[in-house]
Each structure stands twice: as C-alpha cells, then as structure tokens.
Ligand binder design. Structure first.
Ligand code: ATP
Length: 339
C-alpha cells in the first residue's frame, strides 16, 4: 500500500481528530501517504471539494488530539445514495491512485463504504466515530464517552436550578434511535425517570403518560425537591416539548423541557475517547497492511478486533439488559427509601 484516502463522515464526534492523527502517524511509520478528503463523501464526489484534498503531513496533525469536531470537516452526502455518486467516488479514488479508503463515521457512513465496494476494488476500513455508540461489535465508539460526560455536566447544572425552584425538567438527549446516551446519563445524574426505546412501547404512549403523571405526583407529594426526566430524541412524537405540553394539558403538571442538542457533539474529547481513537487509528492502518478490507476496527474487552462492516451495521447495538435493570433497581430502591 502506498496511499490511503481518509475522510470523516456523518455526525461529528469528539475524538475524530485524535483518530485522524493516529491514522496519519501510523501510516507515516509504514511509509504510506495519507490523503485527506474534506466534507465527508462530498470530498470524493463534488468538484469544489475534490480540489481541497491534500496530503496530510505530521505537522498538519500535530496538536489536534484535544480538539472536538474534525479538521477534515464532516457532512451528509445524498449523492452517495445514487449510482452516479458511487461511480464519481470510485473515479476520484482511482484518479488519485488511492489503494485504500479509511472512513471515520457511523453506520450510514459504513453503508456508504459497502455500496462503494461494487464500483471500487481498493481496500476499505471503517473506524467507528459516532456519539450514538450504536455499532455492533465494538464495546464503545469514539465520541460516546465525551457525549455522556457533556450530558452529565449539563444536567448537574439543571439539577441545581431545578432543586432551587423544586421544578420538574424533561431533558432530551441525543442518540438517534438508541438509548446508550440516555441510559448512561440518566443513571449518572440520578434522573428520576429514564425514557428510551429500550423501556418504552410506542403503542402504549397514553398509558405511559398516565403512569408518568402518577409517578411524578406521588414523588412530589412525598418530598419537596426537583424531578428530572431524561428522554431519548426521536422517542416521543414532538419530543420533550410535546411531552411537557401533554403532561400540562392532561395532568396539570408543569414541566420545563430542555433539549441539550448539539452541545453533546462538541467539546474536547475526554481521555477515554482520545485513547480509544488513538488505538483504533493504529489498528486501522495495521489491518490494511495485513490485507484486510470491508471491516470495522473494534474494541472488545480491551482487545482490538476487525468486524465485517456488514455485521457491524446489521443490527443497532442494544443497551445492555444489565444497565436497564440497574437503572430500574436503583429507582425502586430510591422510592422505597423515601416512602
Ligand atoms: P451518525 O449516525 O453519527 O450521524 P452516520 O455515518 O450514521 O453517523 P449518516 O448521515 O447516516 O451518518 O450517513 C453519512 C453519509 O453516509 C450519508 O450522508 C451518505 O453520504 C452516506 N450513506 C449513508 N447510507 C448510505 C447508503 N445506503 N449508500 C451509500 N451511502 C450512504
């Protein structure tokens, strides 16, 4: 291998820069050149971005390990969903004499790699970079730990003001269609309720509302304090604001909705993400040297593996039953203690 193409795609995640640095350092060690393509797959298919591609030197990646975002920029690229886009991407890679493509992103980005495989024969490696932690086969994805910490810091602050006014807050957290962030933040912030895909049946929405209203009323009767509900984005139609409205209209309960939104995607990566990204970047280059392709680098029980991309994206990784049970058990214990 002489030349690797590298890009970041989909939602940005803290630690992507650490992964870029690691790929470039490892590749340089093996005398492989890394060409950085900008703005996700747009860098391979849009004329204005193709021209921005550049050889990534050691100096370029020096001093970026602690930055959030991605120096290569990220984006969605609808053209990749069409044959025209896939052909264009293959042409760009060939025109730049690229031997292997490394993509740092989530499941959508890896679907892009698999689609591209029909038009381009070079090696392909995925590095899991998404705050959602929904990729199967790796214990953690790059950015998840930082996003959880950001959620915790924000809700700790909300708790202060909620306590002062004895208010009820509904805090909406990111995660696309998985509750990894919601469950982890909920437990770490001692949220009184965790509402996520794993413990919520959409058909029972009105039942859930009544149940929630009854629990809030009982808790408020027993003690004067704040009450925090964390809810996964895309769970409740209309989100936290709509849930607050329905609790007001149907149960006369006043709640303050708060959508944490994109602050969860930003910020300096915490140690866990910097280290994971560094290990995964090196593992990606080593996998290429070993001749591997269409795989995702993954960490399981502190060891690096390569998982077929198709397997990594086949099913969303579920929140573990152990975590769901832990959250329910601690809630039950809290309720008993306060009665
Ligand atoms: P995150 O979930 O963290 O936002 P992601 O990688 O899943 O990250 P997506 O927006 O789902 O983000 O996908 C990123 C890009 O990957 C898309 O904009 C598109 O360019 C490409 N992509 C997604 N699915 C496909 C597909 N089926 N075929 C070709 N390209 C795809």
């Amino acid at each position: 291998i002489k030349r690797i193409a590298l890009l970041t795609s989909g939602g940005d995640a803290p630690g992507m820069n650490a992964a870029i640095r690691s790929v470039v350092l490892a590749a340089h060690h093996y005398h492989i050149e890394v060409i950085g393509f900008y703005h996700g797959y747009n860098g391979l298919v849009c004329e204005e971005y193709i021209g921005m591609a550049e050889s990534l030197s050691l100096i370029k990646v020096n001093g970026i390990i602690h930055f959030g975002g991605t120096i290569l920029k990220s984006a969605r690229c609808p053209l990749m969903l069409e044959e025209k886009g896939l052909k264009l991407a293959a042409e760009t890679l060939d025109a730049n004499t690229i031997d292997a493509l490394v993509v740092i992103g989530g499941d959508g980005s890896f679907s892009g790699l698999l689609a591209l495989k029909q038009y381009w024969s070079g090696q392909m490696i995925g590095i899991p970079g998404t705050i959602d932690n929904d990729l199967d086969g790796t214990d953690y994805t790059i950015g998840f730990a930082t996003a959880v910490n950001t959620g915790i810091e924000a809700i700790d602050k909300i708790r202060d003001t909620a306590d002062a006014f004895e208010r009820i807050f509904i805090v909406e957290l990111m995660g696309r269609h998985c509750g990894h962030i919601t469950f982890n933040v909920g437990i770490a912030c001692a949220a009184e309720q965790v509402l996520s895909f794993e413990n919520f049946n959409a058909n029972e929405q009105s039942l859930k509302l009544q149940h929630l209203a009854a629990e809030i009323s009982a808790a408020k009767k027993n003690r004067h304090s704040s009450y925090i509900i964390v809810i996964a984005e895309n769970l409740w139609p209309g989100g936290a604001a709509e849930l607050a409205k329905q609790l007001h209209l149907q149960a006369d309960i006043e709640c303050t909705p708060c959508i944490l939104g994109h602050i969860q995607r930003g910020g300096s990566p915490i140690a866990k993400d910097r280290i994971l990204a560094t290990k995964m970047g090196v593992a990606a280059v080593q996998a290429l040297i070993e001749g591997k392709s269409t795989v995702m680098v993954a960490e399981q029980n502190n060891a690096m593996h390569c998982i077929p991309l198709a397997k990594a994206i086949k099913h969303k990784k579920l929140v573990s039953k152990q975590l769901i049970d832990a959250q329910q058990n601690i809630l039950a214990l809290t309720a008993q203690t306060q009665c």
